[in-house]
Design a binder for this molecule. Structure first.
Ligand SMILES: [Zn+2]
Length: 188
């Protein structure tokens, strides 16, 4: 067994233990949805069933108003990133425009989904600074443990190539890059 494999197993074990602790000790979070919001959320998940996509629906809510909604469209659209949560984010960005979306007060912005988000969607929340996430059904422990192990495997196996110049020259052609005005979550 290599050192990397051993570290991966140890880290996955620590992650699993942390998860169990959080499951045991955390206070369940409740978010009161209006009847319309709950009906809409479930209708979105139902829509995914029509294409035999995993039935998940998501709403992005700002000051109690729906600003984005999405259902799982991975099979329907042959879209690898077509999870309900990411579709809800994209819908909000399309409705509001990127600048306005990024300037929304994050304390009044939250996402509700029918099923606990995956690692890909969690990454999108981090990238777009969505701080409040609520879900109806949690993922099981095995799924999360596998996800944690995959992340560790990715981290140790990723490879940095010796080609800095190409990407730098692309950045330099971007009008905002020298001033580092490319904001987190904005198109790059
Ligand atoms: Zn997802």
């Amino acid at each position: 067994m290599t050192l990397k494999s051993l570290l991966s197993i140890i880290f996955a074990g620590l992650l699993s233990a942390l998860y169990v602790c959080l499951r045991i000790y955390r206070t369940p979070h409740q978010k009161k949805l209006t009847e319309y919001q709950m009906t809409r959320l479930l209708a979105l998940a139902e829509k995914s069933l029509e294409s035999l996509d995993v039935p998940v629906g998501a709403l992005l809510i700002y000051h109690d108003e729906i600003i984005g909604e999405g259902c799982n469209t991975v099979l329907r659209e042959s879209d690898a990133g077509g999870h309900a949560e990411i579709n809800a984010l994209s819908d909000a960005i399309e409705r509001l425009g990127m600048e306005q979306f990024l300037s929304l007060d994050r304390t009044s912005l939250y996402l509700v989904t029918t099923f606990e988000p995956c690692l890909m969607c969690t990454g999108a929340f981090l990238n777009y600074n969505i701080k409040q996430i609520y879900f109806l059904k949690a993922k099981d422990f095995i799924y999360l443990a596998k996800g944690g192990a995959r992340f560790i495997r990715y981290y140790f196996r990723r490879g940095k190539m010796t080609h800095n110049g190409e990407q730098d020259s692309l950045f330099e052609r971007h009008p905002h890059y020298p001033q580092r005005k490319i904001r987190t979550g904005a198109p790059e």
